[in-house]
Design a protein around this ligand. Structure first.
Ligand code: FUB
Length: 382
């Protein structure tokens, strides 16, 4: 995935600031590498006055500047605190490409907060790729669940053949350390897993992504390493969809074969592969509001977070609109959670680094209209 022009603007500002201070200018990657060694993230852009592309101010500020964080899955468990299970971005040698090779994450760190706007605690390593017997690299966007005294971490990683699979790890603590099961979920493929538990106690894993997420390389029921690099390459046919599967009672295996989550347009027709402003790309999230199921996801190369609704958890879902306009950075990934009487959107951008591979997690309030539609959020202040 190529770096968005937006991030170049922030990099340019960072270089200009360095030049003014007399310091040798650094690229985002060099600065991040230095700071990673020091255990810190560059904080040049960590202020309410920081500006993004076109000099616009950011709507909200990073939750932490201690490490780079992305792909936030936010949850409130029994203790009333807010926990964020996300990616821990690191700098690495891989060049940016359309398969996301530059996202080289190797472990997970959990964030927690007592109050909205309160201090964010960055907890120690919760799971490291070296402790996952089947995984080789790229610990991408995770999610978590809680049932019967056990916390579950769902995570994608590439296996030794380079195919994304989805693993489960468990812990008695919400912040880990988690112990991974020796094998990935049987029949799992692709990435960006999220676990949705319904009011009746059934839980479902929703997952998938195109391009680097490999959905298009799994259409034959088996991973094809030589398959398309992007999607089905059929713009006039129904787009690839997220997948959903009910989980077994102890939340560790699929209880059924994954099904397609079909997303329809206003005329009741499946969204087409060429409808890049609305079709599913990656990062799905399911939540319920006033009895309806809301499926939200990233449109990837058009950089929006959008949503669709249904009366049935399996769908079909009908497209409703945009939740979050494009952020600074190529990827956009989110979650939606109710906490202390308000609804919150968790998302990420590249405010701190200006580099699409080194992201930072943020939160902002999300509001519904009386008809249940979501008010679109602009990540910049007008
Ligand atoms: O963080 C790596 C990948 O980038 C995630 O899995 C996607 O959702 C995108 O945010």
């Amino acid at each position: 995935m190529m770096r968005a022009p937006l991030s170049l603007a922030v990099s340019a500002i960072a270089l200009a600031l360095a030049a003014c201070s007399g310091a040798a200018p650094q690229t985002g990657n060099e600065a991040a590498a230095d700071n990673a060694a020091a255990g810190e993230v560059p904080t040049t852009n960590a202020s309410a006055d920081a500006t993004g592309p076109d000099g616009r101010k950011y709507l909200s500020q990073p939750l932490t500047t201690e490490i780079f964080t992305a792909d936030p899955s936010a949850h409130v468990w029994g203790d009333g605190k807010l926990y964020v299970y996300g990616s821990h971005d690191i700098d690495g040698p891989a060049k940016e490409d359309d398969l996301g090779s530059h996202f080289e994450m190797r472990d997970y760190r959990v964030l927690s907060m007592d109050e909205p706007g309160g201090k964010t605690i960055v907890h120690p390593v919760a799971l490291d790729v070296k402790d996952v017997p089947w995984a080789s690299q790229q610990m991408w966007a995770p999610d978590a669940a809680f049932k019967n005294g056990t916390y579950y971490l769902y995570f994608p990683a590439k296996d030794k053949e380079g195919a994304f699979r989805i693993g489960v790890a468990t812990s008695k603590s919400p912040v880990g350390p988690f112990k991974a099961n020796p094998q990935p979920i049987k029949g799992s493929f692709s990435m960006d897993p999220t676990l949705f538990s319904d009011a009746g106690g059934e839980s479902y894993l929703i997952f998938g992504g195109i391009w680097g997420g490999q959905l298009q390389r799994n259409v034959g029921g088996k991973y094809d390493p030589n398959g398309s690099k992007t999607d089905l390459e059929k713009p006039n046919e129904p787009a690839l969809t997220p997948k959903i599967a009910k989980m077994n009672g102890d939340l560790t295996e699929f209880a059924e074969a994954p099904r397609d989550v079909v997303i329809l347009d206003e005329a009741g027709k499946p969204l087409l592969g060429g409808d890049t402003q609305r079709r599913f790309f990656e990062g799905s999230w399911l939540h319920k509001y006033n009895g309806k199921y809301y499926l939200s996801y990233s449109t990837g190369d058009t950089h929006n977070i959008v949503y669709a609704t249904s009366d049935n958890v399996y769908g079909p879902y009908t497209y409703r609109g945009v939740v979050l306009k494009p952020v600074n950075g190529w990827t956009s990934h989110h979650s939606i959670v109710e906490w202390k009487g308000k609804w919150w959107l968790f998302y990420h951008d590249v405010q701190l680094s200006g580099d699409t591979r080194l992201r930072n997690v943020k939160m902002t309030e999300l509001k519904y209209n009386p008809d249940g539609s979501i008010q679109t959020i602009d990540p910049f202040v007008k």
